[in-house]
Design a binder for this molecule. Structure first.
Ligand code: LMR
Length: 335
């Protein structure tokens, strides 16, 4: 069986790949893996996906070609999940806030406000039982979770300073998908609205929404800070990604290729998680220097008031994500 480069690129089946592997002509036809994501190259996830490409192509001796499509070039938020299940893209790294449409709303537990103390604790927790337990939820959906990637903590912004819970009253705030975020913004009196990441800049600019939350690296690279007069460096919730693959495709790969890809993914994960904090600190510094927005930090009393206002989300979350993941998280974050 001879497969042309073009057929590989068009998403040939894993079974056909396995059959062709090792036969004459293999060397000329690398397996093409499309890796789609929605953020800029110059972010932790953007750099992580390029690191994975570099290592995967190196470790497989060119038998695999990774095509990285950043900035929603190939698919937007909702479409990419469908595309993964249909096999028209092989790897994604969506934020875990976007997993409910896959039937895995338990991932939203990670959006609880002030859940993680810092990025270090986040990383430890995700490498432990919680991370494994969540990935198990994907198996029945035909998806395998390969890794968790860090992107730090959310800030929040609008065209007025957001310092006290009352400042949120009546504001339309863009959220990325999680019902937990929907809930805590409602607790603050605002009106959350789900919107694809690629549409946020324009929505902020034209006033379709009044505000949003995101990490410094996303604010900077999407220029959200240029269309928001005030940003509060609240770090009220964490943004993380799950790198996921179509399991039929992944399991159909020849075992030695898969082994090398796993190795590349593990190293790319360590790399991404090691740069996330600094990337976001640098981005925050650039935002500050740009002078295009005013940055605010919360006093202890203001933070306490946010905590208190958002507290009902914790009680509500149990009905949404179930007690099991909450128990696992509370055990893991209390050590
Ligand atoms: C968002 O939609 O705000 C984020 O999930 C984008 C991303 O992937 O960092």
């Amino acid at each position: 069986m001879k497969l042309t480069r073009r057929e590989f690129g068009a998403g040939v089946s894993a079974a056909a790949l396995a059959m062709a592997y090792g036969k004459p002509g293999w060397a000329q036809a690398p397996v093409v893996i499309k890796f789609s994501h929605v953020v800029a190259n110059d972010t932790p996830k953007g750099k992580g996906s390029l690191k994975f490409k570099e290592l995967a192509e190196k470790y497989t001796g060119g038998k695999v070609k990774i095509e990285v499509y950043p900035n929603s070039q190939l698919f937007k938020d909702k479409e990419e999940m469908d595309a993964l299940q249909l096999g028209s893209v092989q790897i994604l790294a969506p934020s875990t806030a976007k997993f409910a449409p896959l039937g895995a709303k338990e991932f939203e537990a990670l959006d609880l406000p002030w859940l993680f103390k810092d990025d270090k604790q986040y990383e430890t927790v995700m490498k432990g039982d919680v991370g494994k337990w969540l990935f198990k939820k994907l198996e029945s959906k035909g998806i395998i979770g390969l890794a968790y990637w860090d992107n730090g903590f959310h800030m929040v912004s609008a065209n007025r300073p957001l310092l006290n819970p009352a400042d949120f009253q009546g504001l339309k705030i863009r959220i990325s998908g999680s019902k937990i975020a929907d809930r805590y913004f409602r607790d603050l009196g605002s009106i959350p609205q789900i919107m694809a990441f690629s549409e946020v800049y324009q929505a902020l600019q034209t006033g379709v929404v009044d505000g949003c939350e995101n990490t410094p690296s996303n604010y900077l690279t999407q220029k959200f800070h240029e269309v928001q007069k005030h940003i509060t460096v609240s770090y009220h919730a964490h943004l993380q990604y799950a790198v996921i693959v179509n399991s039929k495709f992944w399991n159909g790969l020849p075992a030695d290729l898969r082994g090398n890809l796993d190795k590349a993914m593990n190293e790319a994960t360590d790399y991404t998680n090691s740069i996330a904090v600094k990337e976001n600190e640098d981005a925050l510094e650039e935002i500050k220097k740009s002078g295009k927005t005013e940055l605010h930090t919360l006093t202890d009393a203001q933070r306490k008031a946010w905590h208190a206002a958002m507290q009902p989300t914790y009680t509500w979350a149990k009905g949404r994500v179930g007690g099991e993941v909450l128990d696992l998280l509370s055990k893991a974050t209390s050590v």
